[in-house]
Each structure stands twice: as C-alpha cells, then as structure tokens.
Design a protein around this ligand. Structure first.
Ligand code: ZN
Length: 217
C-alpha cells in the first residue's frame, strides 16, 4: 500500500530529525551551563572590584605603594570583567543560533507528526477496505464451495495446500495461469479431446486446470 510505504519514509525522516534535535538540546544545555559559569566568574571578580573600590574610597590605604598596587589591581579586574563578559556574550550568541535551529527542527518534527497521523488514518481506511473485500471474497468462495462435489472439493483443497494456496488455474491462450507455462501441442490436443466434466491437471504444475472460452484449444 502506498500509504504504508510513505509512512516508512516519513518515519525515517522523523528519526533523523529527532536525533538532530537531541544533539541540539545537549548543545544548548552545555552552553547554558557555560553561561552560568561565566556569570558566576564575573560576579566573583565584581565583588572583589567593589571591595577594592571601597578600600580606595574610605582612605583605608594610605601608603603610596599600597595605593598604587590597589589601583593596578582595579585596572586589572576591570580588564578581567570585560574579557569574561565578552566571552559570555559570544556563548549567548551561539546559544541563540542553536536555539533557533532547535525550534526549526522541532517545528519540522511537529509537521511530520501531523502528516504521519493523517497518513495512518488513510492507511487504516485502506486496510479496512481490503478486509471488507477479503471478507466478501471469502463468503463468495464459501458459497461456491458448497456447490462442488465433496471429492472434487477435497482434491482441490489438497492440491491447493501443496501449491502456495492456488489449487486451480485457468487455461488461457494455451497457458496455465497457475505456473504461467505454455502447454505443448500434444497436451493441448488431449485436453481439447477430454469430456467437459473431466477434471484436468496441468502437466507442468499439477494444479487443477480449468478450461475457458479463451483457452486457445
Ligand atoms: Zn501449471
């Protein structure tokens, strides 16, 4: 059934996208850990920067040498804060890109899920149709079977069980429709000469052979 085949294809696409989404989620998680770490680092340096500034403002440091060293440290802390913030911004930008890709893949997944749900319904309807048709054919077969002489029916069932479920075949254009082989002239002459009620067998596959108006005899 075409719906089943299409469902298999979509299922493969879905699992590819789903694994892409899983990788993206891990990447985004890693980046947000990285950002939290950078924020904690910045906060730590800022605390120290505030403490240094207070020491400077309160005039607690009086020696010129200590004062100079404190000012140098403040400059260095400012540079460190700026570098950490730049790094954090860079990660945030990468994370935004990754999140946009993730949202895109997730919406592809949602669209695929909707397509697959609709296709499943189509497939189920097709299956129901085939089942109804098969049930009709089984009824028809049962009605036909009771009209056959029991010994012929038994023979047919035996041959059928030995030949992939096909116990009888039509002879059409000199060809057995069970094994698709063309019968030779001698066999065809014999079949043509046989009485109408004689049960014939295909010389090639041994199935019951049914003569028709198109047998080519
Ligand atoms: Zn045959």
């Amino acid at each position: 059934m075409p719906a089943t085949q299409r469902l298999t294809e979509l299922g493969e696409q879905r699992s590819q996208i789903a694994s892409r989404v899983a990788v993206q989620r891990t990447e985004v998680d890693d980046m947000s850990t990285e950002i939290r770490k950078a924020e904690a680092d910045v906060a730590q340096v800022r605390t120290r920067r505030v403490r240094d500034q207070q020491r400077l403002d309160t005039g607690a440091v009086t020696s010129a040498k200590d004062l100079e060293s404190l000012q140098r440290e403040i400059v260095s802390l400012d540079r460190r804060i700026s570098a950490l913030e730049d790094a954090e911004l860079e990660v945030m930008e990468r994370m935004e890109t990754a999140q946009a890709e993730q949202r895109q893949a997730e919406s592809e997944l949602a669209a695929l899920d909707a397509d697959m749900a609709a296709l499943s319904e189509t497939r189920d309807a097709e299956v129901r149709e085939i089942e109804t048709e098969a049930a009709g054919l089984r009824d028809e077969r049962d009605r036909a079977a009771v009209t056959l002489p029991p010994d012929l029916l038994a023979l047919y069932e035996r041959v059928r069980s030995q030949h992939d479920g096909v116990g009888a075949a039509a002879l059409r254009q000199r060809r057995c429709e069970g094994c698709r082989l063309e019968l030779n002239a001698a066999d065809l002459r014999e079949i043509a000469a046989a009485p109408d009620d004689e049960v014939l067998r295909c010389p090639e596959c041994d199935r019951l052979l049914v003569r028709t108006t198109e047998s080519g005899l």
